[in-house]
Design a protein around this ligand. Structure first.
Ligand SMILES: [Zn+2]
Ligand SMILES: [Zn+2]
Length: 144
């Protein structure tokens, strides 16, 4: 078991939730794939180890990983989401997402700090964890 899976196992145990091979399998698959992935992509990855795993199980496990602070969900609208593992040494970051082709660019630094500073400055409790900025990439906007 990787230390990522170990952290997840501890999180589940502390809350009296079941530690199952499938849950640990989903955690392992997400951790092993850098970047942002759909539920289907994760299921593909799990196909050999957990052939019977359903979409609902994968999704519920990803939600639990999110609650444990081990994954983030990027909501792309129309019910589409991508999931990304949060591992040691990885910083919170925003993404530029193209509405046309789905291209995604990770933004390093800046915005999470700005968000935190603004909230502190105005004594404002910001809602949500939105970490996507939507628009059109240079190619799709016809600039390239
Ligand atoms: Zn595009
Ligand atoms: Zn990202």
């Amino acid at each position: 078991m990787t230390s990522y899976q170990e952290q997840f196992r501890r999180y589940l145990e502390e809350r009296g939730l079941k530690v199952t091979r499938q849950r640990l399998g989903v955690a392992g698959a997400l951790q092993a794939m850098p970047g942002h992935h759909s539920i289907d992509a994760l299921r593909d990855r799990l196909r050999e180890a957990e052939p019977g795993i359903g979409q609902a199980t994968v999704y519920r496990t990803l939600r639990l990983l999110g609650e444990a602070g081990l994954a983030v969900e990027l909501r792309l609208g129309a019910g589409a989401s991508r999931f990304e593992a949060v591992q040691a040494g990885c910083q919170p970051h925003y993404h530029l997402v193209c509405r046309n082709c789905g291209a995604m660019v990770e933004l390093q630094g800046g915005l999470p700090e700005l968000r935190r500073d603004l909230a502190a400055h105005y004594g404002f409790s910001l809602e949500g964890q939105d970490n996507c900025l939507f628009g059109f990439c240079a190619h799709c906007a016809g600039i390239s």
